[in-house]
Write a protein that binds this ligand. Structure first.
Ligand SMILES: NC(=O)c1ccc[n+]([C@@H]2O[C@H](COP(=O)([O-])OP(=O)(O)OC[C@H]3O[C@@H](n4cnc5c(N)ncnc54)[C@H](OP(=O)(O)O)[C@@H]3O)[C@@H](O)[C@H]2O)c1
Length: 335
């Protein structure tokens, strides 16, 4: 079977397509014939050895897949050969076959094609966990989503609307804000794409306040970090919740903690991988709710590009260079 391999850390151009032996399932695992692999920002970090998880070399990137079960390991119940499933893999997904823990797989309905299915678990899973369990977002609250046309960002926009919030999308271009509005955002803010000087930070804060009746946002969803974090925190409402999702801008912000005191707000960490490991049953229920919302037409994964395995480096480069809108997918077995 073919796999896209990271054999040495570095930029996506270092990835190579090679033949590997097919995997066999260990106890508690299933083997999947992979049809599509969704790309997420952790893939950008993993191949450069900049992520918190460190798979041994060589490894295939790809943290989520959609495909068909071809073999069951000892002790697996509730899944069968031939089932169409999505699986959260951490890495290894850019391969024609993969062995995955059965507990990390969820069956998908026939109406869900493999490409949108492969663009579902990580983004919607992260944003659902963040908004429902960590922020306890309430109907009528205001939700500011930064990086609102990115993978987790666009999922947060859609989920914010499903949960009844007023959603403000912030992103680095008019085109990205327009995509977020197509997916339900009520208002939008275009922020500068380079580093922000003091004046631009103040302007960003004021724009958020202007769209929240001067109160500030009740919940802020931040997968970007960098220079955007402090002005966003300065525009937080009393008893708001600031969700720390990630640092796509590169820099981990250091914010003055007195802001948390002055606003009576919470700064809340969100780590989907650790949550899945600690609360697999709760996570499974979350995914089942998300799949149900998909079948009801409430969630619409936005795919900005689909690449063949031979162009896996282009797929990761789209995220690395801020070009992706919604999700980018590698079609391992083209439909
Ligand atoms: N906490 C968790 O459990 C969890 C789970 C999944 C992902 N994450 C994290 O969430 C973040 C986003 O992941 P994603 O898969 O949604 O990525 P993505 O699709 O590439 O979206 C990231 C967004 O960040 C913004 N951005 C700002 N500066 C950037 C830069 N220098 N390079 C790239 N993007 C930049 C971009 O929006 P603008 O151009 O509009 O600014 C982009 O749309 C990552 O840090 C990832 O590690 C965390």
């Amino acid at each position: 079977m073919k796999a896209v391999l990271c054999k040495e850390f570095g930029p996506p151009e270092k990835l190579v397509l090679e033949d590997l032996p097919s995997p066999s399932p260990k106890a508690g695992e299933v083997v999947m014939e992979v049809h599509a692999c969704g790309i997420n920002f952790p893939d950008v970090l993993l191949i450069q050895d900049k992520y918190q998880f460190k798979p041994p070399l060589p490894f295939a990137p790809g943290g989520e897949v959609a495909g068909v079960i071809t073999a069951l390991g000892e002790g697996v119940s509730g899944l069968a050969v031939g089932d169409r499933v999505i699986g959260s893999t951490g890495w290894g997904g850019m391969a024609e076959e993969i062995a995955v823990e059965a507990s990390r797989c969820t069956p998908i309905p026939d109406m869900m094609d493999f490409v949108p299915a492969s663009a579902f678990l990580v983004t919607y899973g992260t944003s659902h966990y963040a908004l429902k369990h960590r922020a306890k977002l309430q109907p009528g609250e205001s939700l500011l989503v930064m990086g609102a046309a990115g993978g987790v960002g666009l999922a947060a926009v859609e989920l914010g609307k499903v949960m009844g919030a007023k959603v403000i999308a912030a992103a680095s271009s008019e085109e990205k804000v327009a995509i977020a509005k197509e997916h339900g955002a009520d208002d939008g803010i275009v922020y500068p794409s380079g580093s922000l000087d003091r004046g631009q930070q103040k302007e960003f804060s004021e724009q958020i306040k202007a769209l929240t009746d001067g109160q500030g946002a009740d919940v802020i969803y931040d997968p970007v970090g960098g220079d955007y974090a402090e002005p966003a925190l300065r525009s937080m409402n009393w008893e708001g919740r600031y969700l720390v999702i990630g640092f796509a801008a590169g820099d981990i912000p250091r914010v003055p903690l007195n802001l948390a005191l002055l606003k009576g707000c919470q700064i809340v960490g969100v780590f989907l991988g650790a949550y899945i490991a600690r609360s697999p049953e709760q996570h499974r229920e979350n995914v089942e709710e998300l799949v149900r919302w998909y079948t009801e037409g409430k969630l619409k994964p936005h795919i900005s590009a689909i690449y063949p395995m031979e162009q896996a480096s282009d797929a990761i480069n789209d995220l690395m260079h801020r070009r992706a809108k919604g999700k980018v997918v590698v079609a391992v077995r083209p439909a």
